[in-house]
Design a protein around this ligand. Structure first.
Ligand code: MG
Length: 281
């Protein structure tokens, strides 16, 4: 599939929820860039952190053909911007999650370059099946991985908000990067934990299937999370992939995995050395 044949349509919605006064989430959507950031820190720090991180990444929208290295560099720049936020004496510092996907190119083939730090999530729906692409960097995820908690218990756990990685928190940024070929009819979901705190993956999948229009789907997901409690800020981006050829030239579609048999495998040396984490999780 060449770039000219790739058409992305998307919708996004964000809401402060029912318990929080301020919406510390932010998102960046369009031009092949779909990112959500969920800020944290006292006073106004969280709001500023998510905004600064997304601002640092926004030049990606002006790049016609995004090279993976550029994404890595801008994520590092976002980290620096967030770390520089002044939180005052005794301030614990500002931080933000970052998750989502950027359409990047390798040998003229479009790929979802997935990025994740923290506990916001990126999902990919393919052939009606929803899969979480990102792995949460959170205490409860570690307990789930160890078999000590179920997903349901994690959702209600008192320490469910504790992230183990964030932009701004550490000396070195340690995002997960992963990439997968873009396939026609894929549906991407990028969201903050305010959505997944309230709705199960099963319910999210059901709503995505019920609402073919991406803006309608995003709005519906946010509405339902509010109705289910709205304990946190909620942000959702839904992206649909279509072929400009209207699907009539099916043979031009890049078969998933044609480039890299194992989707988690880094296909070339050009890929950033700090790609990490997902196989271990
Ligand atoms: Mg949140």
């Amino acid at each position: 599939m060449s770039a000219a044949e790739l058409v992305l349509s998307w919708g996004a919605a964000t809401h402060e929820g029912r318990r929080r006064r301020v919406n510390e989430d932010g998102f960046l959507a369009g031009d092949g860039v779909f990112l959500v950031a969920d800020g944290m820190g006292g006073h106004d720090a969280g709001e500023v952190a998510s905004a600064f991180a997304l601002e640092a990444l926004s030049p990606l929208r002006d790049v016609a053909r995004i090279d993976p290295d550029v994404v890595v560099d801008l994520v590092a720049a976002a980290q620096e911007r967030v770390r520089g936020i002044e939180t005052g004496p005794g301030g614990r510092g500002a931080g933000t999650t970052l998750t989502g996907a950027v359409v990047a190119y390798q040998d003229d083939v479009p790929y979802w370059l997935f990025v994740n730090v923290g506990d916001s999530r990126t999902y990919l729906m393919s052939a009606g099946t929803l899969d979480q692409v990102s792995v949460d960097h959170s205490e409860v995820q570690q307990l789930v991985d160890a078999g000590l908690l179920t997903e349901e218990e994690a959702r209600e756990h008192p320490r469910r908000n504790v992230v183990t990685r964030a932009l701004g928190a550490d000396d070195t940024p340690s995002p997960d990067f992963r990439y997968v070929p873009v396939v026609v009819d894929d549906r991407l979901l990028v969201c903050s934990d305010g959505l997944t705190l309230e709705l199960t993956d099963e319910r999210i999948a059901q709503l995505l299937l019920e609402h073919p229009d991406p803006q309608e789907a995003a709005g519906r997901l946010v509405d339902e999370a509010i109705a289910a409690g709205g304990r946190d800020n909620i942000t959702v981006i839904v992206v649909d992939v279509a072929s400009a050829a209207d699907g009539t030239e099916g043979t031009t579609t890049t078969p998933r995995g044609a480039f890299a048999p194992d989707e988690d495998t880094v296909p070339t040396g050009a890929w950033p050395a700090r790609e990490q984490g997902l196989e271990d999780a």
